[in-house]
Design a protein around this ligand. Structure first.
Ligand code: MF3
Ligand code: CO
Ligand code: CO
Length: 255
């Protein structure tokens, strides 16, 4: 069942989202070549805890990090590791969920380390913009399929591959709630959007194939050809008017 939030609940939920958004800024400022993803995860963990919040990912289904940190061909669910070293020219996706006052906020951003290839640059631009194309459709009266369709067509028309296997979701007391928010779909299909719904829109986009593989750590999802992949995510609330981007920060650049 879709848990529609009251205005008061949305108000309470803002704090978790602000902390999750700030955690991404902290992560982006901390990323340096030579650092392991384990070190970066610790910085994110300590920031979230310092705010009195809980990193929702830690222990989730046995996940060992406080954030998912995914390098280059790693799409999502990258397990932080002392063996994974961030290098100049890498792209690093960081996905943070924080919980406080009984609510969750979830967001992700793919960072550039130093100067990246033109290929990487374009993939990041398109994936981030796809998120905003999805968000534009998150208005009352529209359906989930309108969001999915917008993300899919934006990316596919630019030559990229939309991963079907992993999807966005509702969010609130739980990190993952109904409804599913796929990145592929037909306009006019799926649950109707009503004010008070809170959902995560999160395009997961590959460079050369829609196929993914899961590494031996049982978590890290990679582009099946070993080429680049990117992931951006916001928690948004459906309102009577424009979508409210609950994880909005100085990091993101809506167009
Ligand atoms: N934050 C992720 C999402 O966007 C979920 C991470 S669960 C974990 O849905 F266990 F992998 F951390
Ligand atoms: Co997330
Ligand atoms: Co999410």
């Amino acid at each position: 069942m879709i848990q529609v939030k009251s205005a008061k609940e949305i108000e309470i939920m803002k704090k978790a989202n602000e902390i999750a958004a700030e955690a991404l800024i902290v992560a982006g400022n901390a990323i340096k070549p030579g650092m392991s993803t384990w070190e970066l995860d610790k910085i994110i963990h300590d920031f979230i805890v310092s705010k009195g919040a809980v990193p929702s990912s830690l222990g989730y289904g046995g996940f060992t990090g406080s954030a998912c940190i995914s390098l280059n061909s790693e799409l999502i669910h990258g397990v932080p590791s002392k063996k994974k070293i961030i290098r100049d020219g890498d792209i690093v996706s960081v996905d943070v969920t924080a919980e406080i006052d009984g609510f969750n906020g979830d967001n992700a951003y793919t960072f550039k380390v130093g100067k990246v290839s033109d290929r990487a640059e374009r993939l990041l631009q398109v994936t981030e913009q796809a998120l905003y194309e999805g968000i534009k459709m998150a208005v009352p009266g529209n359906r989930i399929g309108d969001i999915s369709h917008a993300v899919q067509t934006y990316c596919e028309s630019r030559g990229y591959y939309v991963v079907e296997k992993y999807i966005g979701h509702g969010i609130g007391h739980e990190m993952h709630e109904a409804p599913d928010v796929p990145n592929l779909g037909k306009a006019g299909r799926g649950p109707r959007l009503v004010p008070g719904m809170t959902i995560c829109i999160e395009p997961m986009i590959n460079e050369t194939t829609a196929e993914v593989r899961v590494l031996a750590d049982k978590w890290t999802v990679v582009e099946a050809n070993g080429n680049l992949s990117a992931h951006f995510e916001h928690t948004i609330a459906i309102t009577n008017g424009e979508p409210l981007i609950m994880t909005k920060s100085s990091l993101h650049h809506p167009k």
